[in-house]
Design a binder for this molecule. Structure first.
Ligand code: TXD
Length: 317
């Protein structure tokens, strides 16, 4: 059986890390596209040269020509501009909506059967632009944010409870960033919900609230430390979990920005919800019942996403 082909649009910090992980996990061959094809080619060659040491045979190639992504099984998109000091969220939308519209055209022309994972910020609006402009079926276009947000939440909870990260599950919903909605009653240690753990004296509501806030601001915390650029190791690992579930038809249940068509009372927009990812792409959406407080938080989050989608609509139609 031929190896799978994975296209990475954007060969920056996340793009390079994605390529490295694809090699280490033996997921397939990689084509990295960037407006700086030399950077893409340099990273591809460097990573491929680690193959003999780490024991992987992935072919890696850098390119500035969309024709090279043809026949890709998965496309992961990180192309775009970061938010610079003084730039508003709308300024970022203006720059990145145009980039994503161009990338969508390339995907539509060269690999319309691919599963597309968008990472570029502002995430929920950019994945919407990708689906609208590529015309790919909504179940084949998703956004990565929830796996990252829930991974951060799991780490902080594991530290608080002094248990392995492996035994902590987390449930997050809503848009990426400060309006994210973590559902603590569905977050567990080995199946025991967080509110029960509080009752057992393992933590306090105040400490859990602080962890929720830290999670929602998780990206900003890293931007502040790095001073230039944003997080890339955990975002890359998160997107790889989604790609792997698709390529191996694992049917993992992962939070992702998915197209809602009536679920949770939302129609025609992308927002973070738990989904099943398998060979069909987003095969199912988990729809849980909310408490009134959760419902209010989710609606607020969706309203924030809708604002960014409206701003994108004005720019790229
Ligand atoms: O949870 C999440 N979704 C996120 C999102 C978590 C962390 C970072 N998140 C966002 O991912 C971040 O705000 C950025 O919008 C993307 C990519 O982050 P990365 O750290 O990889 O950014 P870089 O290093 O600046 O890389 C972007 C690359 C860079 O090499 C540019 O030359 C390239 O994108 N670029 C393009 N490639 C192809 N086509 C076009 N038009 C283009 N424009 C820029």
């Amino acid at each position: 059986m031929a190896r799978k082909k994975i296209a990475l649009i954007g060969a920056g910090n996340i793009g390079g890390t994605l390529a490295h992980l694809i090699g280490l996990k033996d997921l397939g061959d990689v084509v990295m596209f960037d407006v700086f094809p030399g950077v893409a080619a340099g990273k591809a060659l460097d990573i491929m040269q680690s193959g003999p040491v780490d024991g992987f045979d992935s072919e890696m190639k850098g390119t500035g020509d969309y024709a090279d992504i043809s026949g890709s099984d998965v496309v992961i998109v990180t192309a775009g501009f970061p938010r610079m000091p003084g730039m508003s969220r709308d300024d970022l939308v203006a720059k990145n909506a145009g980039v994503i519209a161009t990338v969508a055209e390339g995907i539509k022309t060269h690999c319309p059967d691919a599963f597309v994972i968008v990472i570029t910020n502002p995430l929920d609006a950019m994945v919407w632009v990708m689906q609208q402009k590529s015309g790919l079926p909504p179940e084949k276009v998703v956004g990565m944010a929830g796996v990252l947000d829930s991974s951060r939440f799991r780490l902080f909870l594991a530290h608080e409870f002094n248990v392995s990260v492996e035994d902590v599950t987390a449930f997050v919903l809503g848009g990426h960033g400060d309006t994210m909605v973590p559902l603590t009653r569905y977050s567990t240690v080995a199946g025991v919900p967080v509110p029960d753990l509080i009752k057992m004296g393992w933590s306090t509501q105040e400490k859990i609230d602080a962890i929720v806030t830290r999670t929602a601001n998780g990206g900003g915390e890293i931007v502040k430390l790095l001073e230039k650029g944003s997080a890339f190791y955990a975002p890359a690992a998160s997107a790889i979990a989604m790609a792997e579930s698709y390529l191996k038809d694992k049917k993992r249940v992962l939070p992702a920005a998915a197209w809602l068509s009536g679920q949770y009372g939302i129609d025609g927009m992308y927002v973070g919800v738990p989904v099943v990812i398998g060979a069909g792409g987003v095969e199912r959406i988990l729809e849980v019942e909310f408490t009134p407080a959760e419902d209010a938080a989710f609606k607020k989050s969706c309203a924030a996403v809708q604002e960014l989608i409206d701003a994108s609509k004005k720019l790229v139609g």
